[in-house]
Design a protein around this ligand. Sequence first.
Ligand SMILES: *Cc1c(COP(=O)(O)O)cnc(C)c1O
Length: 472
Amino acid sequence: MRFYDPLRRPQDGCEPASGEERMTSAIESGLLPGTSETRPEGLAVGGVLLTELARRFGTPLFVYDEEHLRRRCRDAVAAFGRDNVAYASKAFLCTAMARLAHEEGLLLDVASGGELRVALHAGVPADRIVLHGNNKDAAELRTAMSARVRHVVVDSFDEMDRIERLHAEEHLPPARIQLRVAPGVAAGAHEAIRTGGNDSKFGFGLAGGTAAAAVRRAAGSPAMILEGVHAHVGSQVLDTAELAAGAAAVARFAADTRMDRLTVGGGLGVAYEAGQTPPSFAEWAARVRTAVRDAGWGSSVTVEPGRSIAARAGLTLYRVGTIKRIEGVRTYIGVDGGMSDNLRPALYGSRYEVFLPRSPRAPRPMRARLVGKHCESGDVIVDDAALPADVAVDDLLATPVTGAYGYAMASNYNKLPRPAVVFVRDGRARIVVRRETEEDLLRLDVDEPAGFPEPTRTVGTGAGAAQRAGTA
Ligand SMILES: *Cc1c(COP(=O)(O)O)cnc(C)c1O
């Protein structure tokens, strides 16, 4: 399998932007959230200056344009129809985001017990939630079946065993299900996010009759109500023909097996660099509709966009701490975050742009490598950043299009507290996820003042051990 090779840039399915395109200012780039505007003091989003947000909430900071998020949700619903759009919450999830997607009429796609917990906590009704995952455990299935989620996307025969056991032994209601199918069509910007091929951990293969066997097994089971089939071929796909090809393959199978419902996943790509033009929801819908109709599917289609809802709505603010000019080599600009808040460059070789919020209309003739503060050379945010020439220590920088798979993949590497997340709208900012504190970093540590158990005692047993662990 071919994974990220740093020498094989670019990724994200696009050629790097040309020198001319990289001269574009932030405002011209088409990468900023929809309500962005230039003021004399700098760039404002949702009616709030980014410099003001950094002052109030600190950096690094994730800023989401709430109006942009809502507009993307509405556009998706307009393109595919109500009840036919599920927000893929793994792209970015918190209580406020779950509520927003629900308020805008989207279903919520969750892929773990944790995501399900957040969705239910946010007050999203279970019949608006669908559960995914290639290895759901009994606890996750138990919660989903007891709550009666809209449907479970079943991924394996072992999962069917677990559902049947829960139904038979714990008398849980039968699960409404769709079957995840691997259509033999993979798409996407990087091997790690190409999911629909035959050699995939996801789903029942159409090849070799596995999917057909899964349909027979589910249809004959009292524990499952089989309503449809599902496929998701990959992510950051900029050519809707690839998405349509995956949809057509699974549509043919859905028509042949007389299913009621068809879900064709997410995957629509977004622009990360100046000069890129991603397809709209309307284009995606038109392409998919034609493809599934030609494949014999006469009914509606459900999609699960994640990135294309959340990516451009969000940006990250960093503070510059160091500027290191290495004569004849390159310039390094070090900021106060890094791979712990944006793993995508390290994971997929993804490329980003960077702008100075104080001068969003400035041309960007300077070249530098924007790096984080983690203890490895791979901690790169923008490998070959284009910046205004006067960037200085203590400047605020913004990397746009970090709203999807940014905070969602954040970690505490090097014990960095994870950033705060704010939503801005109509001149007001509200914290939706607070910044972690150093106290938070110690929250899970079990402090044993007595030190390690003495060598003569068996580890983990006896009243002493239980007492130390706080369970006695
Ligand atoms: C990740 C995922 C999505 C969303 O993908 P995007 O590329 O973010 O739109 C949708 N459906 C499933 C099953 C997924 O795993």
